[in-house]
Ligand binder design. Sequence first.
Ligand code: AMP
Length: 214
Amino acid sequence: MKIIMLGAPGAGKGTQAKMLSEKYDIPHISTGDIFRANIKNNTELGKKAKGYMDAGQLVPDELVVDLVVDRIKQQDCFKGFILDGFPRTIPQAEALDYALNNQNEKIDYAVNVDVPDEAIIERMSGRRACVGCGATYHIKYNPTKKPDVCDVCGEKLILREDDKAETVKKRLEVYHEQTQPLIDYYAKKDALLTVDGTQDINVVFNTIVGVLEK
Ligand code: AMP
């Protein structure tokens, strides 16, 4: 099963991607996670990506397309994969289609986790990430046991640069301009599944699974 997750930053597509990946035992490929790992390890890719990410902008297509196309050719992706955060532009979607086409394959579903902007801003400004292991929490909806200390590894929590209110607003603008057109793109291919992302996490998950298994 080849799935891509669509939706604004903070819509909860990463959470759903992780749950789907576990259920179907296929890799969860998050381009945001790949970039953050590269920044942490101070790689050339990380250095190139950091400025764009901190400013709430997209990393240029040429830095992300080959990375994903190479990743999905690896053996663990033969059964399928879940792409989270890619594609984010029409050229990225076209490059992905081209690569899959060459192997006589296609995307089965583009899952659009739909959440209004106001709810996104509330969610993201309350989000906290662990500096050690990257686990994420929410001060209101998913708090840690001890304030500002990661439940998993005990390191401290921060508000990520790209979760700050100003950056979130910029990221939403970028989303509406550059990523939202993908909803039409996949609707035309009859691959779109839109789910109301304001519902409880498990309700969203069961709705998605219900359609995938129809
Ligand atoms: P995410 O964790 O998916 O919200 O991604 C965090 C940031 O990484 C984004 O705001 C972009 O700056 C960058 N990024 C992740 N995926 C892509 C992509 N497919 N194209 C361009 N930039 C990306």
